[in-house]
Design a binder for this molecule. Sequence first.
Ligand code: ZN
Length: 296
Amino acid sequence: MNQPIFGGIEIGGSETVCAIGSPPANILKEIIFPTSSPSETFTNILQFFKSQQSVYGRISALGIASFGPIDLNPQSQTYGYILSTPKSGWSGFDVITPLQKALDIPIILDTDVNGAALGEWLAGAGKGLHTILYITVGTGIGVGAILSGKIFHGSNHPEMGHIRVPHDPINDPFIGACPFHGDCLEGLASGHAMELRWLTKPENIPDNHPAWTLEAQYLAYATTNLILSFSPQRIILGGGVMRHAGLLNRIRRETTKLINDYGAIGEREISRILVEPMLGDRAGVCGAIGLAAQAI
Ligand code: ZN
């Protein structure tokens, strides 16, 4: 018998990735397009899966890893709905029903960052471990968690991108970019916040600019809080802002200073805990395919 084929969708704040394949990281076909309006995005998604089904045969199940906040409680009347979001047109949009109606297959939903954590856990930097976190630092900041071998949800899903970190308004007078909290972690350290503070995109900021010292400091507050909260074996740092060469090492140095050898967590341990992704931009969609495989 042929191996079942699964579909995976990562709906990110800026890009959507669709793929078909099988876990842990066997991708047969993949497409990436901007996450524009919900109707345009979902037209593109459906077109992709319908055309792939005509080539590879019926998809057994679909996994969706979506930006949030999103209702993940299957008992809820708004299960699968994007909750209040600044992303235009998406608040209250149901990401499951249009796909269920068109494809008529089991669908499993999780957050984009839990998808990326799952992808890296199945086939990347978290393989073989039991407790890992995945932080994406892009336009926004999100954190996915696999704790003791299970994707962590809590009552819905954590929003660790919005934790509070120390903000010294004299050293950094920027008031923060989060529409809900102002100077939370995402409000201070996301790519969007960097662009508003420095009036240029992060990829245009040179390495000797003070922006990177500040960025490493904020992200090190976050990694310190996460290490102390979860005792993770790995924290995988991905997303567009993390592509800046040298940022990961700066965060490792700052985290080492902040933890200050507490709990025998020194420089060597921190270099082992804080790592880059192995699957790159494919982590989310590999995780989405991993979610789909849980449906059968
Ligand atoms: Zn916030």
